[in-house]
Design a protein around this ligand. Structure first.
Ligand code: ADP
Ligand code: MG
Length: 255
């Protein structure tokens, strides 16, 4: 039943910060079983659009639907219950905690704990459901040997893997990736690409990522955002040929 509705619909969304219209009448549909890549210059509004979809900031105008449910006025928590998850452009890990502890916290309040009030008082290592989930997730992002390592002692690539693990922990259906490959070394990029590609076979992914080869390997659906508006929509080839897109990226390149 869930799968007959589009996974995600954004309808005529707008958002201003002071005088700046960060998102200007954007509409977007992600059908079940299809992933999409979003590109656009810095400041185009990509991260803001993610924040509007997850509910981290409220819309000025427009609506957001997840599997047909109107979540426009609903909290982040409800949207994650419906299967939505995300990663952040800027790391939000707890650097003084271990990999295991970060993952454990990510599962808090997501249905992976004992279903009663007293679970709060039970030491976390006794909570088998969550502990086994943490192990499973650590394996899926190749961090199973780093469970007791402090985040501050992880490489940049490993930190990004952990962020991915945190997004995956609640077992979401839809994942929003905000520049997952930013700042990675060439070998880390290869690894992350593989991980995301594998995920795309079972999850619906909306990824902000500038690497067109990556986009091409993931999906045929690309959206270009510029100054808060979607200016192009099509296959990677169509996007590369698009005059408006070429203009924007030329301007970017000469800066
Ligand atoms: P992108 O992710 O495409 O680089 P952003 O969504 O981060 O773009 O930003 C779009 C515009 O909105 C920028 O002009 C940015 O400065 C502004 N903006 C984003 N978030 C905020 C905020 N919380 N407060 C004020 N301005 C913001
Ligand atoms: Mg951004």
């Amino acid at each position: 039943k869930k799968n007959r509705k589009p996974a995600l619909v954004v309808k005529n969304a707008s958002k201003s910060f002071g005088g700046v219209k960060a998102i200007d009448d954007v509409s977007l549909t992600i059908d079940s079983g299809r992933s999409r890549v979003m590109i656009g210059p810095n400041g185009a509004g990509k991260s803001t659009l993610f924040n509007l979809i997850t509910g981290e900031i409220p819309l000025d105008e427009g609506r957001v639907f997840i599997y047909g449910e109107d979540v426009t006025k609903k909290a982040v928590q409800r949207r994650s219950e419906l299967g939505l998850s995300r990663t952040y452009q800027i790391s939000n890990l707890f650097h003084e905690l271990t990999v295991k502890e970060n993952m454990y916290l990510a599962l808090q309040g997501k249905g992976w704990e004992l279903p009663n009030f007293f679970s709060f008082f039970i030491p976390w290592f006794k909570n088998e459901k969550r502990t086994s989930r943490v192990k499973e997730v650590a394996e899926s992002v190749a961090l199973e040997n780093k469970l007791d390592t402090l985040v501050s002692n992880l490489s940049h690539g490993e930190q990004r893997q952990l962020e991915l693990g945190i997004a995956l922990a609640p077992d979401p259906d839809i994942i929003l990736f905000d520049e997952p490959m930013a700042g990675l070394s060439p070998s880390e990029r290869v690894f992350m690409k593989k991980l995301i590609k594998r995920l795309a076979t079972e999850k619906i992914i909306l990824a902000i990522e500038h690497d067109m080869d990556f986009a091409l390997s993931l999906t045929n659906d690309v959206t270009v955002l510029h100054q808060g508006a979607t200016i192009a929509d099509g296959t990677p080839d169509e996007i590369k040929q698009n005059e408006d897109v070429r203009k924007i990226y030329k301007i970017q390149n000469t800066e």
